[in-house]
Structure formats: structure tokens, C-alpha cells
Design a binder for this molecule. Structure first.
Ligand SMILES: [Zn+2]
Length: 144
């Protein structure tokens, strides 16, 4: 698998704009962006991108980022500009920042998805848990 740095101004500008609008908790974070040759996963559930936190070990070895966003270049080419912005926003949602209550030291974290569910379970059992209900309410309120 090949990886290479993303230097495309469009991508970096989208990140900058989304962070200043919706992700202000990570405004101080350094986010590295890299291209990945191919998306992982299967046809119905491809991983178009991932966000990971840079570990202390990686930092000690010279990685000067807090997070690394990895974007699959093969699937990126099939996305519309709006889908590309949505994908970047999605990945930025995974990047969080927590403050230690006692030391008030900032700590970067990876945030999990709001909803982890199967369509078939919702078909069979409806809105059986809070996360499903909240997601359904949000979807009802979204204008296409
Ligand atoms: Zn995700």
C-alpha cells in the first residue's frame, strides 16, 4: 500500500474552514493529511478515510502532528465536492480534545461514531436505544 503527503490546497483549506466553524476544540491541533493508494473494506462498506491520533511513541520519533487524516485516493476521485467536504467533516468529528480536570492539561482523543447499528436490527426492532432514536430525529430534521 502506498501513502504520500496531501499537499492539495483545496483539501487543506476545507479542513481549516471546517475546524474554525465546527471543530474549535481542536483548533490548536496539528493535523497531518496523507493519501492512501486504495480504500480498505468491502464494496458496500468502503473506508474512504480514517482519522488517527498520533501516539507519544510516534511523536518521540519525530512525527510533528496530533492527528493524521488518511484519505483513500481511489474513492476520493469518485466523490463530488460536497461529498468530499462531508467526508473531511466526518473525519474531523473523530478528533476530540479533553481537558484533564485536575491538571487542566489538554489531551487529544479519538471520538467514536454517534451510531453503530445495523439497518436490519432497526427494521426488526425500531428505535430500541437512545443512539438510534437521536439519529432518526436528526435525519427527520435534515433538509435534502
Ligand atoms: Zn468514521
Amino acid at each position: 500500500m502506498l501513502y504520500w503527503p496531501c499537499t492539495e490546497e483545496w483539501v487543506l483549506d476545507v479542513i481549516k474552514n471546517l475546524v474554525s466553524k465546527y471543530h474549535t476544540d481542536i483548533a490548536q491541533a496539528k493535523i497531518g493529511v496523507i493519501w492512501k493508494e486504495k480504500a480498505s473494506g468491502d464494496e458496500t462498506n468502503k473506508k474512504l478515510a480514517t482519522m488517527s491520533k498520533v501516539s507519544e511513541k510516534q511523536k518521540a520519533s519525530g512525527v510533528d502532528y496530533n492527528f493524521v487524516m488518511e484519505i483513500a485516493s481511489d474513492t476520493w476521485n469518485d466523490l463530488t465536492p460536497e461529498q468530499r467536504v462531508s467526508l473531511i467533516d466526518h473525519e474531523l468529528c473523530h478528533a476530540g480534545c479533553e481537558e484533564d480536570e485536575t491538571t487542566s492539561e489538554k489531551k487529544y482523543t479519538i471520538i467514536k461514531h454517534d451510531l453503530e447499528e445495523f439497518r436490519s436490527v432497526v427494521e426488526r426492532h425500531g428505535f430500541w436505544r437512545d443512539s438510534v432514536t437521536k439519529f432518526a430525529e436528526t435525519m427527520k430534521n435534515v433538509k435534502e
